[in-house]
Design a protein around this ligand. Structure first.
Ligand SMILES: [Zn+2]
Length: 411
């Protein structure tokens, strides 16, 4: 049941403006272009301007040259809680514009959908968070805590924005975060983790006609990969299937011999080394550090047959899996908001990839829930779109979640 106060705050949402804002922000192409140093700045300035117009304490910070974060605060509140709404301003490349029905950054409104690169992932979610903050601010309600809006850069790349946000200490005050990524407004309480490892096996280069004058690196790499496949099967047996994320996996994604930077392959040359990249997708309960240690042991066992062989393992990236209990106050607040708005129980889910929330959770232990407007499967596709109905619902979900998570201070 919505209280009279909740209805009063929800009435501050202006749907026409909400849709117009999604279009405006989508029309600012925020694809990172390393060759020119152009990226999120125009989109970030757009968010900054709206936050300042609301009278919010607003910070514009460079996470890296050309890569800005915008952080805005509604508060301080009467209590210790700070709820963060998190979104990223960067979008992935539009690819070949000729493949699009409408120009990729036109934000065309048609049949209840807004089409455009980034409309779904995730200009719409970010605008919904902004509209929710605006409604809360305009209503004059005295919240029992603070709302912090983070419009961060480089989620699609190295996650420089959220890492900078954490390093600057912003995350220290955050007690819960809603990650506004496109999840069809489902409540995603688990996220897969990822780890990328590079293994290089070194032998001795030789003529293909006289292989015994060298040491082949391909066979030890093959033994290593077979052993890694066994590790994958043991991990699946040990951890089973997660209700939303399925089973974990270890996938060799790159196999190269000679390795990168070691010259051109030739039919009659036995290369001196071989490399592979392994893509681990992790479910809650798996420990990436332990897995990297196991993988190192398998690599050293594979090269132990000949003293002229060596193996080298490099950790390229680790993003831990996350899980948030449904009893966490932020999840419970969103769940009750969803039930009251939709007249149906919330739909729980999981995120197959990682998000900025992964960093907030891994580095500061912040409980996160990923919930935002937009079809789950459409990010990064040609003719990306977002549903207007889901946008309207998400803005209202965020308003209610903030009111219920933070509470309202007594006058
Ligand atoms: Zn995204």
């Amino acid at each position: 049941m919505l209280s009279a106060l909740e209805q009063r705050v929800l009435a501050e949402i202006d749907d026409a403006e909400l849709i117009r804002w999604v279009q405006e922000l989508t029309r600012l192409p925020s694809v990172w272009k390393p060759e020119t140093g152009e990226g999120e700045e125009a989109a970030a300035r757009w968010v900054e301007a709206r936050c300042r117009a609301l009278g919010l304490e607003t910070h514009f910070e460079w996470a890296a040259p050309g890569r800005p974060n915008v952080i805005a605060r509604l508060g301080p509140g009467a209590g210790p809680r700070t709820l963060m709404f998190e979104g990223h301003t960067d979008v992935v490349t539009e690819g070949d514009p000729a493949l699009w029905t409408d120009p990729p950054f036109s934000a065309t409104l048609r049949d209840g959908r807004i089409y455009g690169r980034g409309a779904n992932d995730m200009k719409a979610g970010l605008v919904c968070a902004l509209a929710a903050v605006q409604a809360l601010a305009r209503s004059g309600v005295r919240l029992g805590g603070e709302v912090l809006l983070g419009a961060l850069c480089d989620e699609e790349g190295q996650m420089l924005g959220v890492k900078h946000f954490v390093e600057r200490g912003w995350a220290d005050r955050v007690t819960a975060a809603i990650i506004c990524e496109p999840e069809e407004n489902h409540l995603c309480v688990a996220q897969k983790g990822v780890m990328w490892l590079r293994a290089v096996v070194r032998g001795v280069m030789a003529h293909g006609a006289m292989p015994l004058t060298g040491v082949n690196s391909a066979y030890p790499l093959a033994r290593f990969l077979t052993a890694v496949h066994g590790l994958e099967e043991r991990e699946i047996a040990r951890h089973g299937r997660h209700e939303f994320l399925g089973q974990p996996s270890i996938t060799p994604t790159i196999l190269l011999s000679p390795p990168r930077g070691a010259g051109e392959p030739q039919n009659n040359v036995m290369p001196g080394a071989a490399e592979c990249v392994l893509d681990y997708r992790l479910i809650p309960g798996q420990d990436p550090d332990w897995l990297a240690g196991q993988t190192e042991q398998l690599l050293q066992a594979a090269v132990a047959v000949d003293p002229r062989l060596s193996g080298e393992l490099t950790v390229l990236e680790v993003r831990h899996p996350t899980r948030t209990a449904r009893e966490e106050p932020v999840v419970a607040a969103l769940a009750s908001a969803y039930a009251d708005l939709a007249g149906a129980p919330p739909i729980y889910g999981g995120v197959p990839g990682s998000t900025d929330g992964t960093i907030l959770n891994a580095r500061r232990g912040i409980p996160i829930v990923t919930c935002g407007p937009g079809d789950i499967h459409i990010p990064h596709h040609v003719d990306e779109w977002v549903s207007v109905d889901e946008i309207k619902q998400a803005a209202r979900l965020y308003v209610l979640a903030a009111l219920r998570y933070l509470g309202v201070a007594d006058d």
